[in-house]
Design a binder for this molecule. Structure first.
Ligand code: PMP
Length: 396
């Protein structure tokens, strides 16, 4: 199925993605268009990145204006965008100090280093990490070392030593691993790649208590579930359980590569010091122009309120589909981060939805994920359900 438009990619890239045989060219709002002009309703948002959808004119203008001034400076100098984006991100995430990265993996790398640095300053002798089964924190060495799914780690063993995995949503399993060497516990409040598993309220509260009682740091990875997706600005706010370190990426830049890790002042006081960490591109004027504008639009348009209001409709319609097909066994998720669980492998489903002009994403455990741009309205949900039904009927 290789056409001439994707031949260069086939012949020149390292093949680490199982790509579908379409080449996307442009986007508008909730829709993407391929090189043949075919339209796709997008319920993937570039992996939960494009919360504001595609081609947001106001964001485009802000980026163009920034490009005409300057895209990059070294972190040896200040640029107002970096400080202002940090101030805004701290305000909406409830944190005090932020470091900008270029991706989610890199945000998690920084968070792990910050936790180690905190233990080093305090001379606690703590250096181990507890992470969760089925978690996903990225592909770089530190991030993959705390990623629960073995298939991601095995070809690269030995990875970072001193990481142990607890059962997600099982506090006893976490308690059994905590000891005097535990430095931090890292988790996603709503697991994405692992198959859309929301944390339970008691679990989040229990982790916070374990951390407080033992001088351990709690790291929440909100790279996928953060920035409005669950119907709160950040998912920790759904639980009222604040982490010591929060990692973010994806939707904070709406497609301009930017990530961040943020911490409380208490952690910052004892953590990374000048010379301890850095990133050439991290927090450059262009990526920070994106963060500032994204936050401004999110708040003015009340994107979070829209997700909260519209998500019950998405849930209801997905449950209808779950009731119609014997191979769909249920729905789970929160806000605009939803999954349908299948009783059989889901690998063929993507090709069928593509035929129907719908983009969705697989997750582990026979799950199809629905991560639409956060601007999705009921009419888009209706269109998605119709296309999904048609795709699933072909598999019956
Ligand atoms: N953490 C989580 C929860 C993620 O979902 C992802 C990406 N899917 C990452 C980290 C890694 O982010 P990136 O691909 O930007 O490095």
């Amino acid at each position: 199925m290789v056409n001439s438009k994707i031949q260069a990619a086939e012949e020149n890239l390292i093949h680490v993605y199982n790509r579908f045989p379409i080449a996307l060219e442009y986007g508008d709002g909730m829709y993407l268009y391929d090189t043949e002009g075919k339209e796709y309703l997008d319920f993937a948002a570039g992996f939960a990145v494009c919360g504001l959808g595609y081609n947001n004119k106001e964001l485009n203008e802000a980026l163009k204006a920034q490009i005409d001034k300057i895209c990059h400076i070294s972190n040896l100098y200040y640029h107002v965008n970096c400080g202002e984006a940090a101030k805004e991100l701290n305000r909406i995430s409830g944190m005090d100090r932020v470091f900008f990265t270029n991706s989610g993996s890199e945000a998690n790398e920084g968070a792990l280093k910050a936790a180690r640095r905190y233990a080093y300053t305090k001379k606690t002798g703590r250096f181990e990490f507890i992470a969760m089964e089925h978690s996903f924190h990225g592909r770089s060495f530190g991030a993959v070392s705390v990623t629960g799914h073995e298939a991601y780690r095995e070809p690269f063993e030995p990875v970072l030593p001193g990481v142990r995995f607890a059962e997600f949503n099982n506090l006893d399993s976490v308690k059994a691993l905590v000891n005097e060497k535990t430095c931090a516990i890292i988790l996603e409040p709503l697991q994405g790649e692992g198959g859309i598993h929301p944390a339970k309220q008691e679990f989040m509260e229990g982790i916070r208590k374990i951390c407080d009682e033992n001088g351990i740091l709690m790291i929440c990875d909100e790279v996928q579930c953060g920035m409005g997706r669950t119907g709160s600005m950040f998912a920790w706010q759904d639980f009222g359980v604040k982490p010591d370190i929060l990692t973010m990426a994806k939707a904070i830049g709406n497609g301009i590569p930017v990530g961040a890790f943020a911490m409380t002042q208490e952690v910052a006081d004892f953590s990374l010091k000048p010379g301890d960490h850095g990133a050439t591109y991290g927090g450059n004027p262009l990526s920070c122009a994106a963060v500032k504008k994204v936050i401004e639009i999110f708040e003015r348009e009340d994107i979070v309120g829209h997700v909260k209001k519209t998500a019950p409709y998405l849930e209801k319609r997905l449950e209808e589909v779950a009731g119609e097909f014997e191979f769909v066994t249920g729905r789970r998720g929160k806000g605009f981060m939803q999954g349908l669980v299948f009783s059989r492998p889901v690998s063929e489903i993507n090709l069928k939805t593509i035929e129907e002009g719908l983009l969705v994403i697989q997750a582990q455990g026979n799950v199809i994920r629905f991560l639409p741009p956060l601007i999705a309205e009921e009419k888009h949900i209706d269109e998605m359900i119709e296309k999904l039904r048609r795709a699933l009927r072909k598999l019956q």
